[in-house]
Design a protein around this ligand. Structure first.
Ligand code: MOS
Length: 720
């Protein structure tokens, strides 16, 4: 049999750098995204949004809008049905991040809150009519920025199934007292916005009064179905959510946002299907953001580097319409073998929409603070930063005491250091130059738990000897279609091109949101189990070992055979703590006159367990590192201090790294066997890559310039 490196051969496609099975559809424009489904009799909805952050609607006049050409109906608090208070995804396991829905009353909670939905025959007519809606407001006193109101900070309730506001082990005060050296610093990160290429969109189609189909852009069709069912107070079995392709998610498509609920409400109101697509500007006001954080860290250590205590307190944004604490100190609990440790989480309520998970929520800002502080400690102790980390290496999970399911961090440090030539680094700041550029090298640890969630799949072997495998998961561009095809092909003993993997339909076997880097870890084993079950069913019918699937089915007069696979309890991993690790290495060049920072080299070395597809995994890692460059140097959503409005709702002023900002980034994976995480030995790659990058860059900037920047982004004026 000829072996095609790109397509794999039967039974051995896992581990091959297979091209994306959906790549051709995407580059030819034939992948259908939520807003592109063709629906008969479709109408178009446009949101009217509040320009004020707090107060009441004093008067709303929709008469001119209602009389405009093509207008079919207008929903506002004057005529919209009262919706229930949704169960919070964060606290109560519901599907909604924003629990207070718009149009319920005249109260305004944030700039951009929908106050009306205008439906018309065309999008242009709806847009025109929306501009004719007249609203008068009774403004309230907008509350000031987070950093000015820390005295009002309050602890969140336990969230995400067990994270508590306060955590402690050992005796942190005694540990700090026993320290020879202490680092005590505050690190701050701004609001950032996800802005996936595909904006949020929904097409809602009612079938009679009680059955609903929504084409929504979502990280979890089944989850989105649950949120819609709760909001509209209809049975989940009456709702179908379809989403075969997602143009980027990063967390913002992980919950049921108001737009997705307003589309079916509007459709019911006008008695026709409705399409609602957020504009790029609305992406800054309507679907969450990464919270600002203010993080205070204390590290205490003995002269030879042993950590005696860590304290990490983080304050993030609360909102009047829902909560989602940014769990920045989570990583600090597990990363180093420190016996005395405490962490605290607090919220300050601002007049903004709800923040939400954004690529490696918690770890992304958390590793910036912790890994910057570790660098400061290394400098204070005059110990190499990698050596300091090795002296505090956590051989088991220091929070739970459980062994790791696998831990390749030592190899990440070693192989990364060797590849990067770290030994050549002169530790003295401002010691390396290239012409007029100051050169700096920095490193940091990457860490993400790669969560496990319940997942189910079916595998159907058909009369032609091929297979269709299904699970209601999502592919956010991560490669889920591709790697699940590989997993299924191997489990079935087929070539990948004989397997079709389908996802993105709530009628398929249940899968939780494709978030928390959970897809490979949870859906992977469910797919494998379903395929093994289908194969076992067929093999029981077989008379000889080399009989093909097609001939077994034909001999028994069967059209197909289906196996089911299910993964229920994946967090436990047989008493092992699951975590993916990595080491980030960065070289920067800093213009000493302009304060301009250029990343000239970036290398990430990661432990994700078994790599299902080195090509898509490497793309994930590189994407994360590029985003880390943006976070470190460019990204910041500016909020007006007294109006609480996003100052510029566009991608001209929200700076992102472009090609000229990104050097040739390299990433590779260390070879790690993980016998505990799941039947695939695979941990998950989606979120790990961004963690540690901002700290590695800040550490490199310090090495280049002797200036420590603890407030992101590291914009030029901070270095002058
Ligand atoms: Mo992710 S930020 O858990 O989708």
């Amino acid at each position: 049999m000829s072996v095609d490196r790109r397509r794999g051969t039967s039974g051995s496609s896992v581990g091959m750098p297979m091209d994306r099975v959906d790549g051709r559809l995407k580059v030819t424009g034939s992948a259908t995204y939520a807003a592109e489904f063709r629906v008969l009799d479709l109408t178009h909805a446009v949101l009217v949004q509040s320009p004020i952050a707090r107060g009441r609607i004093a008067r709303l006049d929709t008469a001119a809008a209602a009389a405009a050409p093509g207008v079919l109906g207008i929903l506002s608090h004057l005529n919209a049905p009262r919706l229930p208070h949704l169960k919070s995804a964060v606290y109560e396991g519901g599907a909604a991040i924003q629990t207070v829905l718009p149009l319920g009353d005249d109260a305004i909670h944030y700039v951009g809150q929908p106050i009306a939905v205008v439906v018309a025959e065309t999008w242009e007519q709806a847009q025109h009519a929306a501009a004719l809606v007249r609203a008068e407001y009774q403004p309230g006193q907008v509350r000031g920025p987070l950093e000015t109101r820390l005295n009002e900070a309050y602890p969140p309730r336990p969230f995400f199934g067990g994270i508590t506001a306060d955590y402690a082990r050992g005796d942190p005060a005694a540990g700090l007292g026993a320290a020879a050296i202490r680092v005590e610093q505050t690190y701050t990160t701004p609001i950032e916005h996800h802005n996936p290429m595909e904006p949020h969109a929904a097409i809602a189609v009612w079938h009679g009064a009680a059955e609903l189909t929504v084409y929504d852009t979502t990280q979890g069709a089944a989850w989105s179905r649950q949120g819609l069912a709760e909001a509209l107070e209809i049975g989940a079995d009456k709702v179908r959510v379809i989403c075969p392709f997602v143009g980027g998610g990063f967390g913002t498509k992980g919950g049921t946002w108001p737009y997705a609920i307003l589309a079916p409400l509007a459709a019911r109101h006008v008695g026709r299907p409705v399409k609602l697509v957020l504009t790029r500007a609305q992406m800054f006001t309507s679907v969450g953001y990464r919270s600002q954080t203010l993080q205070e860290l204390q590290l205490g250590a003995l002269p030879e580097g042993t950590l005696t205590a860590i304290t990490h307190s983080s304050t993030s944004i609360g909102s009047g319409v829902g909560e989602n604490p940014e769990p920045a100190p989570e990583v600090t609990k597990i990363l180093y073998a420190c016996p005395n440790l405490e962490t605290h989480l607090r919220l300050v309520q601002l007049d903004l929409g709800v923040p939400t998970s954004m690529r490696a929520p918690g770890e992304t800002p958390g590793t910036f603070a912790l890994e910057s502080a570790m660098d400061e400690l290394a400098i204070a102790l005059d110990i190499d930063p990698i050596e300091l980390r090795l002296r505090n290496y956590a051989d088991t999970d220091p929070a739970s005491g459980m062994p790791w399911s696998s831990n390749g961090l030592r190899e990440c440090y070693a192989q990364g250091a060797e590849c990067f030539d770290w030994a050549r680094r002169n530790p003295r700041p401002r010691s390396m130059r290239d012409g007029r550029w100051l050169v700096g090298w920095g490193m940091a640890t990457a860490s993400y738990p790669t969560h496990g969630f319940p997942a189910q799949a079916t595998a159907t072997i058909t009369a032609d000897g091929r297979a269709v495998v299904r699970s209601a998961t999502a592919d956010l561009g991560t490669g889920q279609y591709t790697v699940m095809t590989q997993v299924a092909a191997d489990a079935l003993g087929l070539r990948p091109d004989q397997v079709k993997f389908e996802l993105g339909d709530s009628d398929m076997p249940y899968a939780f949101v494709a978030g928390g880097s959970s897809g490979v870890r949870s859906v992977g084993p469910a797919v494998r189990a379903a395929c093994e079950a289908a194969r076992a069913k067929l093999l029981r019918l077989a008379t000889s070992e080399d009989e093909s699937y097609a001939s077994i089915l034909a001999r028994h007069g069967l059209a197909e055979v289906t196996g089911e696979g299910s993964v229920d309890e994946v967090e436990a991993a047989d008493g092992h703590r699951v975590n993916a690790f990595g080491a980030q290495f960065v070289e920067v060049r800093v213009d000493p006159d302009l304060g301009l920072v250029r990343v000239s080299r970036a290398l990430g070395v990661f432990d994700i367990g078994q790599v299902l597809n080195p090509k898509t995994a490497r793309s994930q890692a590189i994407g994360g590192i590029v985003w880390g460059i943006g976070m470190a140097l460019l990204e910041r959503t500016a909020i007006h201090p007294t109006l609480a409005a996003v100052v510029s709702t566009n991608l001209t002023s929200y700076l992102l790294p472009v090609h000229a900002d990104v050097p040739a980034v390299d990433a590779f994976f260390v070879d790690v066997r993980d016998p505990y995480v799941n039947s695939l030995g695979a941990k998950g790659a989606g979120e790990l890559g961004i963690t540690g990058v901002a700290a590695a860059i800040a550490n490199a900037v310090y090495h280049a310039t002797g200036k420590r920047i603890r407030d992101l982004p590291i914009s030029p004026e901070k270095l002058l």
